[in-house]
Design a protein around this ligand. Structure first.
Ligand SMILES: CC(C)(COP(=O)(O)OP(=O)(O)OC[C@H]1O[C@@H](n2cnc3c(N)ncnc32)[C@H](O)[C@@H]1OP(=O)(O)O)[C@@H](O)C(=O)NCCC(=O)NCCS
Length: 186
């Protein structure tokens, strides 16, 4: 962390979302190497497939800004980067306007303490309030109990399966404010 605090290198207009314990903020340039390494180290249950490295790094340099459905934010606990949360457009599955796909990953030592749940709530709340979100969805390997529990504890509802990249049959979840109610959609 810089002497000036976690927002010191953020550009004016970068998105920052503060919750009871966490701050979701733009990643700093000096944090990008570690984020790439975390992707390389992640197993197939955590990411569907390893992204192209230059594209991934370019994406993180745009962190803090929502562009074409993509937004990457650092999950910051008391000035320490503990993970990353993002919206993205899945490869080969363009999303309709107002629909966001959400992903999250925490450093190993930060897991299992409710941070995942808080970060999910913060970003979904912001998307509904500031980004005209109508539908927010997420997916995970059915064997990823921690992610499934975090979705459930944040009030998300499970609805079928989806294919994400090369992974088929991932459990699909919808955040509470959009979950389709048949009568409200007719
Ligand atoms: C998935 C992840 C974001 C969840 O965030 P988190 O802060 O760890 O989750 P929470 O603490 O909010 O809740 C986790 C819940 O799962 C439970 N849990 C965690 N690991 C578990 C396991 N192996 N078996 C059973 N339950 C488990 C916890 O007990 C907790 O349940 P509770 O709320 O009933 O106590 C985080 O664990 C993570 O980053 N994992 C690695 C990356 C990843 O898998 N990302 C998702 C890819 S789709």
């Amino acid at each position: 962390m810089s002497e000036d605090g976690p927002d010191a290198s953020a550009e004016a207009g970068d998105i920052a979302i503060r919750g009871p314990r966490l701050l979701l903020r733009a990643l700093r340039a000096d944090e990008i190497d570690a984020e790439w390494q975390a992707m390389v180290d992640a197993g197939p249950m955590v990411i569907a497939e390893l992204p192209d490295e230059p594209a991934f790094r370019a994406r993180l340099r745009r962190s803090g800004r929502l562009e074409d459905g993509h937004l990457d934010l650092a999950i910051d606990l008391d000035g320490t980067l503990i993970g990353r949360i993002q919206t993205f457009v899945p490869p080969g599955r363009p999303l309709p306007p107002g629909t966001f796909d959400l992903g999250i990953g925490l450093r190993e030592e930060a897991r299992g303490q409710g941070h995942g749940r808080e970060a999910l709530r913060l970003l979904t709340g912001w998307l509904f309030e500031h980004a005209a979100a109508q539908v927010i969805e997420g997916a995970t390997d059915p064997a990823n109990i921690a992610m499934r529990r975090a979705f459930q504890r944040a009030g998300w509802a499970e609805a079928g399966t989806v294919t994400t990249g090369r992974s088929t049959g991932w459990a699909r979840y919808f955040s509470p404010m959009e979950f389709p109610r048949p009568t409200s959609r007719i």
